[in-house]
Ligand binder design. Structure first.
Ligand code: SF4
Length: 339
């Protein structure tokens, strides 16, 4: 067993950073020196899906700029309450693939476990912003049922931890779950989808590195970063520590109007991710979730952006442009029509 001491860059406790997140719109507006007359318009969206921003992410937002691409991902706006045809509460039809609480089996060889309904940040474009987490997350008492399900489904070779965000739960709880998954010999791979390292990189602490460094499962951590300014030297150090622990690193982004719908920004994101030791994996078109229509980028525009990436990046830094379609057995690759 490899034991680890606290990484040298690790100066703050992630749980304190998590609990100290800003949740009050007035406090955010004051902290970021935003015009107060822009505040009332956003509050209805906040009531339906509360604002939540942790301190390390706040530090990367430019003050006084309502159009800051990091800020746009977290502030409620009036458009969230628009009723738009085609934008629904469960855009991927996940609630029909839910054989037991907290376990989704959408894809043949993979199951997805919802460990927590909470996130370290509430992203306004989130496709699970209406997901009924209170009825659909795994309690520790239900971990044994996961083992039973995996033994009854030997076709499942990969367990995906998703959420909410799986890295908001304690190391003890994660270790407990991994011990159970590791007992099922047909499961070979663990995948963790998380935005926490982007918004609180201090989460990659010694305890987590020890758990991931010692598991028999091949482990992939998929970061969710949408803009190069989200990544800094603390994030780089966290990613370096994960790689040393043997974790494979990928990133998936969502193409978002006013955030990263720009060829230069997407090129810079791929370059910045690689600098952190991460390969760009997917660029998702927005899932049509109610409250997020203002982030949509049409497919034709997305194709033009991908042509820009093909022009300026090597192949290994080009994410695949995909859309998720309810009922399909995997992501749908978008044909780029590149000549
Ligand atoms: S971190 Fe992921 S699951 Fe959580 S609100 Fe953001 S997009 Fe949704």
């Amino acid at each position: 067993m490899i034991t680890r001491t606290a990484p040298s860059w690790h100066t703050e406790d992630w749980q304190i950073l998590l609990s100290g997140s800003i949740r009050c719109p007035e406090a955010l507006w004051k902290r970021l020196e935003l015009p107060l007359d822009s505040l009332p318009a956003g509050l209805k969206g906040h009531q339906a899906f509360p604002l939540r921003v942790p301190e390390p992410y706040l530090d990367k937002i430019l003050p006084g700029r309502l159009d800051d691409p990091l800020l746009r991902q977290v502030i409620p706006v009036a458009a969230e309450t628009d009723q738009v045809a085609g934008y629904v509460a469960d855009p991927l039809g996940e609630l029909g693939s839910n054989p037991q609480s907290g376990l989704l089996h959408k894809y043949h060889s993979r199951v997805l476990l919802v460990l927590s309904g909470a996130c370290a940040i509430n992203c306004r474009y989130c496709f699970r912003r209406h997901f009924p987490y209170e009825d659909n997350r795994l309690s520790t008492a239900e971990f044994a049922q996961v083992e039973t399900y995996l033994r009854e489904h030997p076709e499942v070779n990969e367990v995906i931890l998703s959420g909410g965000d799986p890295l908001v739960v304690s190391n003890a709880r994660l270790a407990n779950l991994l011990n159970i998954i590791e007992k099922v010999p047909t499961v070979r791979r663990l995948r963790i989808h998380t935005r926490v390292p982007v918004v609180i990189p201090q989460r990659i602490d010694a305890g987590l590195l020890e758990i991931l460094g010692n598991t028999r499962l091949d482990t992939v951590l998929v970061t969710h970063s949408n803009h190069p300014r989200e990544l800094d030297s603390v994030f780089d150090a966290a990613m370096g520590a994960l790689r040393q622990a043997g974790v494979h690193l990928l990133n998936q982004a969502v193409l978002l109007r006013g955030v990263n719908d720009d060829g230069q920004v997407l090129v810079a994101l791929s370059e910045r991710l690689f600098h952190s030791g991460i390969l760009p994996y997917y660029l998702h078109l927005l899932d049509p979730v109610a409250g997020a229509h203002h982030f949509d980028v049409p497919e034709a525009e997305a194709r033009a952006l991908m042509a820009h990436l093909h022009r300026y990046l090597p192949g290994f830094l080009i994410p695949r442009l995909v859309r998720e379609i309810s009922g399909k057995p995997g992501k749908t690759l978008i044909d780029l029509h590149l000549s």
